[in-house]
Design a protein around this ligand. Structure first.
Ligand SMILES: [Zn+2]
Length: 420
């Protein structure tokens, strides 16, 4: 019965892969006639080779994105339906006395095998980014970063799993409410402390070297009402050609961060437009709203998780060798439910995010009045990350946390003509 169920699920997954790939490879992406030849038309700022690459590269990336989450469900169900999760639990319970070691052992086995099963896909995308020149990362660096991120997420995961089962065992009927309360400081940590404490583990941060640019950025920050005067550059050009910058932290701890790729690839007025956009997020309190939004999402997710966990363990727990919600072997069910919930909520999250990003573009235009620099920086963004200016509707709906570059260029062009 469980094998049959798994076989059906696998079939469904393969059907989904075929359908989604077919849609993505055939979806129309041509621009409206009136924008042909204008600044939003990639043919005006990309070479024909770049155009072809951007289209192919984005297509493959889109297919990867749509398939990777459901692929995790295939893996989790594999652990469950074949009783592997139950076997892992028996193994760590035999080997270790203390619950924390049992959890560490279980999480290690689960993450290790998940990582191994994901490796071919990760490797393929690593190669692809090389072939298309989006990434400069050496294989050694890639492997080391994968090991680092495995270690960091392993430690975090052991902590989270330990917390989860401790709360479930202490309060079998109200655990989701306790977890909601605990999630508040954890979200605060990830939003405000992680960029300052965890990010430097992966990358080198140093004060911005270009003093004139630093002065201009700080002048801009002053106009945006951003306190403190720390401007950093991060050494990212070793690994990527994509451009990024952000402002985070609270009060005098606020830091303005630019990836060095931005310094290398953009002109000064373009950098200042991007920085004005980032400062817009800060000045419009987007982080605060993001925080409340996250807590709201966690509330819904935990409530559903509570009911779905009880329902699943009652229905198929015996088949899968899972003794109850408080059994360590139920972890793949927890991960499966959370992954499904996060996948189906992506369109909502991203619709909100697109609103924020648009508001930051408006803010930057009001600050800089420079639609010319804005258009050029968006065009560079498209070229450097080989992103598609006008992606298929479904891709935008599910995965785009920014308006498309087509929409952004059209907007600054229009808005700029009104400001003049
Ligand atoms: Zn933004």
């Amino acid at each position: 019965m469980k094998r049959k169920f798994y076989a059906w699920f696998l079939l469904l997954f393969i059907g989904y892969c075929v359908l989604i790939s077919y849609y993505l490879l055939h979806a129309p992406t041509s621009l409206p006639i009136e924008s042909k030849g204008g600044p939003a038309d990639p043919a005006t700022f990309m070479t024909p080779v770049q155009l072809g690459q951007a289209e192919f590269f984005s297509r493959i990336n889109d297919i990867g994105a749509f398939i990777s989450d459901p692929f995790q469900w295939v893996i989790y169900l594999f652990f469950l339906c074949f009783g592997i999760s139950a076997k892992f639990r028996d193994m760590v319970q035999r080997k270790f006395k203390r619950p924390i070691w049992q959890i560490a052992g279980f999480v290690f086995l689960l993450s290790f095998f998940t990582k191994v099963l994901n490796l071919p896909i990760n490797w393929y995308f690593f190669r692809l980014e090389h072939i298309y020149g989006v990434s400069n990362e050496t294989m050694g660096h890639w492997a080391v970063n994968h090991l680092k991120s495995f270690a960091v997420s392993f430690i975090l995961m052991v902590f989270m799993v330990w917390l989860f089962y401790s709360v479930v065992r202490k309060s079998p009927k109200k655990w989701w409410i306790w977890l909601l309360l605990i999630s508040i400081p954890i979200s605060l940590f990830f939003m405000f402390i992680q960029p300052v404490v965890i990010d430097p583990i992966y990358h080198d941060f140093s004060p911005l070297k270009d003093q004139q640019l630093k002065k201009d950025i700080l002048d801009l920050a002053k106009r945006a009402g951003i306190p403190g005067g720390q401007v950093y550059q991060v050494d990212m050009s070793k690994t990527t050609n994509t451009l990024n910058a952000y402002v985070n932290g609270i009060g005098t701890n606020t830091r303005i961060v630019l990836w060095d790729t931005l310094l290398k690839k953009l002109k000064k007025d373009e950098i200042l437009f991007i920085m004005a956009h980032e400062m817009g997020h800060y000045a419009l309190h987007h982080m605060r709203w993001l925080f409340f939004g996250t807590i709201g999402m966690v509330f819904v997710a935990l409530y559903l998780l509570f009911h779905l966990m009880h329902w699943t363990t009652r229905k198929v727990g015996r088949d899968w060798g899972v003794r109850g919600v408080d059994d360590l072997a139920s972890l793949p069910i927890v991960l499966l439910i959370l992954s499904v919930l996060s996948f189906v909520s992506l369109p909502v999250q991203n619709a909100v995010s697109r609103q924020f990003e648009h508001a930051a573009d408006v803010y930057a235009m009001d600050m800089q009045h420079d639609s010319d620099a804005a258009i050029r920086s968006f065009q560079r963004l498209a070229v450097e990350s080989l992103s598609e200016v006008n992606p298929p509707a479904l891709v935008k709906f599910v995965y785009f946390n920014h308006p498309t570059l087509y929409e952004r260029i059209q907007f600054v062009k229009e808005y700029g003509s009104h400001l003049r």
